[in-house]
Design a protein around this ligand. Structure first.
Ligand code: SAH
Ligand code: SF4
Length: 386
């Protein structure tokens, strides 16, 4: 290990404490009497209407207006009686997290900063590529998992987002798309650990996927986890795809850079992945951030080959993205390609993730709720890997 401060003796007590024991959340935004529509499933609204003595088919009508026609002004909902239309504004709100900043990178990546109340913000990133438009969503303000290389992980968990705030990120971006554009893929790879906030994340997936919601294919949704093993079956059940941030070829390195590994080691993680692949009949994507001098040698590639053997998978190598106070460095391009080649030799599918949005701090691991800690834009030397 070469980078500064990488001595396991210095391993922060914070990381052990929060990952192994959990941590208190900060308060949510102000409570209102109204129900936020974007946090509701069809059945939730039916129940609500039933309690108010209204017909349950009204719920279907409302969902159709909101998600299919994108109408949120009750006055425009022409098939709903005038009397009921007048009652609805006191019951339901369509409040979305406010976009307080929208940055566009030279490479077309867009970053949206959302205000989620009490001076807290989260970010979502829209990434264009030849045949895709991928939206990367955040599930938490900060993150308890304390991975050493991740800017979000340095910020500790402030609060888990609610379903309406995650659905809300999607709707805000969706509503700003140009004519003819549509989001083709959703990835839970923004701020936070999605499996640390499963209730809101899987509700969001249901709302986005259901025919009464956005009718978005589950197969186009990927949930990325640092390895909360007991919750992985929730991904299998949801029908979404699984990505695992592996990032290390053995327990020693993984314990050090990803404290969650002390709770669920690589063996337990691989068992859970195998279980998922057989039940979902899908392969898992392993993400591996290459950290110079830490996990990027030929020997590490060989060890990695061994641990993923027998798991139907694809490997995605991610060049490290720098952020304020980072203790790590990006591997040299030649080492990235050498690492890739060593794995390719076994027939495993290995891709290198092209870095997108680095000039607006929108790349993997650069997202923050401490928005003023880094400049909004930076000049970057883009090399062969982006
Ligand atoms: N908490 C989830 C999802 C969000 S992180 C998870 O860890 O999987 C999304 C991805 O960004 C993860 O694969 C993580 O390993 C990677 N990442 C974090 N910090 C990074 C950095 N500084 N450079 C490159 N990738 C990073
Ligand atoms: Fe959290 Fe994922 Fe960052 Fe780890 S890599 S600190 S789990 S957001």
């Amino acid at each position: 290990m070469r980078s500064k401060d990488l001595n396991p003796q210095n391993f922060t007590e914070f990381a052990d404490e929060v990952v192994l024991k959990g941590r208190e959340e900060e308060p949510r935004k102000e409570d209102t009497q109204k129900v936020n529509f974007y946090g509701l499933e069809l059945d939730d609204l039916k129940d609500l209407l039933k309690k108010l003595g209204k017909e349950s088919y009204r719920a279907q009508q409302l969902f159709k207006w909101v998600y299919q026609s994108r109408v949120t002004d009750f006055e425009e909902m022409s098939n709903i009686s005038k009397k009921f239309r007048a009652e609805l504004p006191d019951l339901i709100s369509f409040e979305l997290p406010k976009v307080v900043e929208h940055l566009v990178s030279k490479d077309g990546t867009q970053k949206f900063l959302f205000d989620v109340g009490f001076s807290k913000t989260v970010e979502a990133v829209l990434i264009p590529s030849d045949d895709r438009l991928t939206l990367c969503l955040s599930s938490e303000v900060g993150c308890n998992m304390a991975c050493k290389f991740c800017f979000t992980g340095k910020q500790k968990l402030k609060r888990r987002l609610t379903a309406d705030e995650i659905v809300g990120q999607f709707m805000q971006v969706h509503d700003r798309l140009k004519e003819g554009q549509r989001i083709s893929n959703i990835v839970f790879m923004g701020m936070g650990e999605p499996l640390d906030n499963p209730e809101a994340v899987f509700k969001t997936i249901k709302v986005l996927h259901s025919t009464w919601g956005m009718n978005f294919s589950r197969r186009k949704v990927t949930v990325s986890t640092s390895g909360l093993v007991p919750q992985i079956p929730l991904i299998t059940e949801s029908g979404a795809r699984l990505a695992v941030s592996l990032n290390a070829p053995n327990d020693e390195i993984r314990n050090f850079i990803m404290p969650i590994n002390k709770k669920y080691n690589i063996k337990k993680l691989m068992d859970a992945c195998r279980e998922h692949t057989s039940k979902a009949r899908d392969r898992v994507t392993f993400e591996y951030v290459l950290l110079k001098g830490v996990n990027d040698s030929i020997e590490h590639a060989r060890q990695l080959r061994k641990i993923i053997r027998g798991v139907p998978c694809k490997l995605n190598l991610i060049p490290f993205n720098e952020h304020p106070g980072a203790d790590f460095h990006r591997s040299d391009s030649k080492d990235v390609f050498r690492f890739q080649k060593e794995i390719l030799n076994t027939g495993t599918h290995v891709t290198i993730r092209r870095t997108m949005g680095r000039d607006i701090f929108a790349a993997c691991g650069q997202l923050t709720s401490h928005y003023n800690e880094h400049p909004k834009k930076q000049e970057v030397q883009t090399g062969i890997l982006g």
